[in-house]
Design a protein around this ligand. Sequence first.
Ligand code: FNR
Ligand code: LAC
Length: 351
Amino acid sequence: VTEPLCVHDYELLARERLDPGCWAYYAGGSGDEWTLRENRAAFARWVLRPRVLVDVGEVSTATTVLGQPLSLPLVVAPVAYLRMAHPEGEVELARAAAAAGTIYTLSTMATATPAEVAGAVPGANRWFQLYVFKDEGLTRSVVEQAREAGYSALVLTVDTPRLGNREGQVRAGFNVQFGVPALGAIADAKLAPQDHFRELVAGATTWRDLEWIAELAQMPVIPKGIMTAEDALLAVEHGAAAVAVSNHGGRQLDGVAGALDALPEVVEAVAGRVEVLVDGGVRRGIDIVKALALGARAVLAGRAPVWGLAAGGSEGAARVLELLRAETELALALVGAASPDEVVRAHVGRT
Ligand code: FNR
Ligand code: LAC
């Protein structure tokens, strides 16, 4: 038995360590999980077109998003209820992101408060993911907690007016065993995620809400869950600082395209006015290079770092991020790009 060498190895370890209900929650998607599979399949439909005899004597994976520095073009995506994966959950994953030189995005549905995570990993850059609640006071309270704790961008999840239909979780009898302290006593009951959502989250949020949220947050807002050119344009019109192409890791509307397949139309629509991020199915450095070639500034990764967290706490998660960084560096060298900025559309073609 060798040590884990790639994200797939960490996934197997995580599956061994997590109880079946948690595994169903983290790994699963919605409906027939067609979109979940498409997230991976979409990467396989693009081939890399390497250029040779380019000077790649020195390669750097470093880049920026919204002007903020990153050691690789990857931000850790918001994932809920991380104490189920590790006793220190969000704090451990935030430590790993900081150690790897990248940004951690804390979920609204976190098992640690924004202040706890900030206090445990001082000096690190982090973003906060927002779900808008039926109770506007609760939304305001959560945004203020993030603002006061120094979070530097607000990832506004827009694909979740209701939670998707996740049959795997239901079959496994999955319930969340932790409350959400940022929401106070209201969320301390042990509930299935779909019950949390039905009770708390506002399905009636619209584009108009983007403006007051941005105003309140006093930080750049990144709508996450954009899958069409139409919505990318609306996001830009309503002041989005960047957009994140995402189908929520195949957990929301089953039957939508793999995220990578939706990326080109969004990139074309925003035409350079804002940066475009993409998530869903990133497991390898070559995935990151393909996303860059199709116009993404960076990717978000949800499950990959969580597999590291479940397998080995912050060290495991940091190792996953470092593996992805090293794979990205190698992939850049082999396609003939000395940095993320040197990756161009012609570095990918259709299979
Ligand atoms: C998520 N995701 C998510 N997104 C969000 O905005 N708020 C959240 O609380 C969560 N929670 C969550 C839990 C779990 C278990 C998963 C797997 C995902 C979606 C996440 O941010 C991201 O869009 C996907 O995970 C990307 O796909 P990959 O990288 O997991 O394939
Ligand atoms: C999920 C929610 C919490 O995907 O975003 O489970």
